[in-house]
Design a binder for this molecule. Sequence first.
Ligand code: SF4
Length: 445
Amino acid sequence: MALTGLDIFKLLPKTNCKKCGMPTCLAFAMALAQKRAKLDDCPDVSQEAKDKLAAAAAPPMRKVVFGAGEAEVRIGQETVVFRHEEKFHSPTVLGATVSDKLGGDELTKRIEAVNALQFERVGTKIGAGAVAVVNDSGSPDSFAKTATAVKENCELAMILVSDSPEAMAAAVAQVKDAVPLLSHASLDTVSKMAKIAKDNGCPLVAKAKSIEDLAELSEKIKAEGVEDIVLSLESPGLREKLFDHSKVRLLGLKKVFRPLGYPMISFVTDGDADAQAASAISLICKYSGVVIVDTVEQYAFLAMLTTVMNVFTDPQKPVQVEPKVYPIGEPDQNSPVMFTTNFSLTYYTVESDVEASRIPSYILVVDTEGTSVLTAYSGDKLNEKTVADAMAKFGVEDLVKHRKLIIPGYVAVMSGKLEEATNWEVMVGPRECSMLPKYLQEVWN
Ligand code: SF4
């Protein structure tokens, strides 16, 4: 459990010397408990007190790393239940299964399909981060062979999925340098699975039917010497699983209940691609550090990855692009010039519509602190002065010989003042940038 202000106070020098900037040691202790102060602010605190406070201040959720080299992924280390309290830190790792019943061409095709789950969205590369080799055959030999084939042909972090300690040992022996996540230990297999994980330096999934069993299991795994644990709940349905995940998260973070202070993994294998994507998206929102699905449909992954991208952005910091002039195609001195804001989603939407027009253009990106056109305008971050300043700063006058500036239709109201501030003729573009290709081809041309 986290230390209270009074617990912390007992560990402080109690001299009320004020060197920390607080009037008393008690005030400092209370501020520390509420995370409004840092222990380093007290120069006189003893080493013993530092050690005790550091142990109590350890993150409530452990960080777990698996995969090796470029494939390494990090999950856990979350600090809040709700994103708006701060932000979520470790984006959910998405992956697809590869059954050890596959062989020959089928196995090759499946691995290729998993490898192809990579995309680019709003200028960022996103994609599957894990591949789960599943011991459907029950055979240790097949499991080991499939794991080896996956290791040789897929560069994603590996998860080995088997109930059988014998099969797990056989597969890990072949791929242990890939640092796979081992899934899973149950209350029946905990000693054997924990030994395999410990001997090979791999993290281990604890899988149980109830939260109580899960807490007991994670304690047993820890007692066997495995520190890196991932939790898996066998809830009867999605509804129950979402409830259970919320309870685990609350107990782990708010109550600092250490047996549940680990990231969670979910396997979604029922239903078609649409159903799997819908369930996976719910589980991304409700605290799964890893979600493994059976489908390798690209559209399903794109929806899941987009969810991860949105949930794991900092809500206080919009995703931004660098303010500057972006040439689209190979513009010349007669090319159109338009502006938009540095909110990533806005910029990349405009960029793709301008590209679609096939008319080489310049897009001036104005720094609006990552807000969209209307938000920036209503917050006075997008006005005739900020646009004129950006035009001067990035040398827009030197790029073209005409003096015509296309502005977003939503801010047509700033036309007059903008013409006065820049001496450029303002052309009001369409409200929706999806109409830009038509506008550029019919109005500009
Ligand atoms: Fe107390 Fe340390 Fe602050 Fe001095 S610096 S008042 S000893 S907490």
